[in-house]
Ligand binder design. Structure first.
Ligand SMILES: C[S@@+](CC[C@H](N)C(=O)[O-])C[C@H]1O[C@@H](n2cnc3c(N)ncnc32)[C@H](O)[C@@H]1O
Length: 470
């Protein structure tokens, strides 16, 4: 059997063949220059199968299909990034809930059906966010049939999606109200309301395959296809092919929403870009609807239907931690600090925690007084390494650096709560509450997108057992 990390050393000739095969079948970009992740994955799988020959493993893959019990389903999770969270990209979600879905609901009043596809849905947060958005817009109108389909090549991710149980990290851009409305605390996670779960079907599906569009696969005539943060991991050829097929899977007046800049203009054979609220969405090339009036209508819509917001559980602790001696002498270039911090946020949102942590550390090296970078690093350390002690230390340091900011107190409170330490949790939550009550109640609380002080005051009061009038 091969020791870890040795496929590359023992089977240099197989690596390019394996890479080629995996890339052809899945569309995944596996750059020849960056073989380490790929060869680590091969090591894991070959060890599990007691294989010591790269060509034997190649044979297994060549003969296998991407079906639920094949070797592909074990290899693919090791090569893909499944990071996802509810109402990811609030601006894009606001466009979907305030413009796209209302437009579709108006156009589908005859059939009373709505077909939505979350393509590359990972653990289900995107598909469920879409289901919740449709549910809220329909406000209990039972005459409608809403199909929300989530597909992904990663069968393990789909299993988690079907369970409907999520960790608090999945709520980092969702409002506390939202979580309270649709989820129940179960163990260390949050269980989604069965009514919403029943709106969504999850199925295994490889976007690089030829099984769509088509009535056999059920992948056709979608009113809305959302394929975000998937194409960035694929080869240029795969993106071109998939973009064409996603376009053909749309109803004539349907919408395709991808991640920002995920579709290069040359890949738009069957698609036409449309700008709505300064964001690009795609329509079918043969759709000749009135784009101009839709765009104008989009600009008129202002009221949010769903309030997407920042993370929810956070909180602080005992004595604040000062930066170590010498750190504060480093000269600060605000632009470089901001760049490193923004990169860290983006990488964390993509699930690339090791790189995100490095960027945070870079931001802290350049600006040891950056409470935002400490705060983010604490979240990453907790989520990625499960290192709650280091996370607590970093949150305390964030408090030292920004004593008027309630967020780190809230994060610490949540950490203590999860550890079953009620008194510390309460102490930190009370500290946060005091700061929140002193704020303008309509102002948002950094770094939680769009969560107002009022919302957090209400939540804190409920959690520490203080009524509104106390
Ligand atoms: C970063 S997640 C994005 C999840 C969700 N769309 C979002 O934006 O939150 C990327 C997902 O794409 C899936 N994926 C990658 N290649 C795929 C393919 N060829 N077919 C289907 N899904 C694929 C991965 O398994 C992973 O779950």
């Amino acid at each position: 059997m091969l020791p870890a990390d040795d496929v590359e050393a023992h089977h240099p000739l197989e690596i390019p063949n394996l890479q080629k095969l995996v890339s052809e079948r899945t569309g995944l970009a596996l750059p020849i220059r960056d073989v380490s992740k790929f060869s680590q994955a091969l090591n894991v799988r070959m060890k599990a199968l007691h294989l010591d020959s790269g060509s034997d493993y190649l044979d297994i893959l060549v003969r296998g299909q991407e079906t639920p019990d094949s070797e592909w389903t074990r290899l693919v999770p090791l090569l893909t990034t499944g990071e996802s969270y509810f109402f990811r990209d609030p601006e894009q979600f606001a466009l979907i809930t305030e413009v796209i879905l209302p437009d579709l609901l108006e156009k589908r009043t005859d059939s009373h059906t709505l077909r939505i596809w979350s393509a590359g849905c990972s653990t289900g947060e995107e598909a469920f966010s879409l289901a919740i958005a449709a549910h809220e817009l329909l406000a209990g109108d039972e005459g409608w049939h809403v199909l929300v389909l989530g597909t992904d090549i990663n069968e393990k991710a789909l299993e988690r999606a079907r369970n409907g149980l999520f960790s608090s990290w999945s709520f980092r851009e969702a409002s506390p109200d939202f979580r309270k409305r649709y989820f129940r605390h179960v163990g260390s996670g949050w269980q989604l309301d069965p009514a919403i779960r029943s709106m969504v079907t999850f199925r295994s599906g490889n976007l690089a395959s030829d099984t769509y569009p088509g009535t056999d696969s059920g992948l056709f005539s979608f009113d809305l296809v959302v394929c975000r943060n998937v194409l960035i991991y694929l080869t240029a050829d795969a993106v071109t092919r998939i973009a064409g097929k996603l376009g053909q899977s749309l109803a004539l007046d349907g919408y395709l929403v991808t991640g920002h800049a995920e579709l290069p203009p040359q890949d738009l054979a069957t698609l036409r870009p449309q700008v709505l609220r300064r964001l690009v969405v795609y329509r079918r090339q043969d759709f000749t609807g009135d784009y101009a009036s839709q765009a104008a209508a989009a600009e008129r819509v202002v009221a949010p239907v769903i309030v997407p917001v920042g993370s929810v559980d956070p909180g602080p602790d005992d004595s604040p931690v000062a930066p170590s001696v010498g750190e504060t002498d480093t000269p600060t270039d605000p632009d470089q600090v901001e760049t490193a911090y923004r990169a860290a946020r983006s990488l964390a949102n993509l699930g690339r925690y090791a790189e995100a942590a490095e960027c945070c550390e870079e931001a802290i090296r350049r600006a040891p007084t950056s409470s935002e970078a400490c705060f983010l690093l604490a979240q990453i350390v907790e989520e990625w390494r499960g290192d709650t002690e280091e996370a607590k230390r970093l949150f305390r340091r964030a408090i030292y650096l920004a004593p008027q900011s309630p967020a780190a107190y809230l994060e610490l409170a949540a950490l203590y709560e999860r550890a079953g330490d009620g008194p510390h949790a309460k102490r930190n939550r009370l500290a946060a509450l005091k700061l929140l009550e002193a704020m303008d109640q309509e102002s948002t609380v950094s770094p939680y997108n769009e969560v107002t002080a009022r919302q957090l005051v209400r939540e804190c009061r409920a959690m520490v057992g203080k009524g509104d009038g106390d």
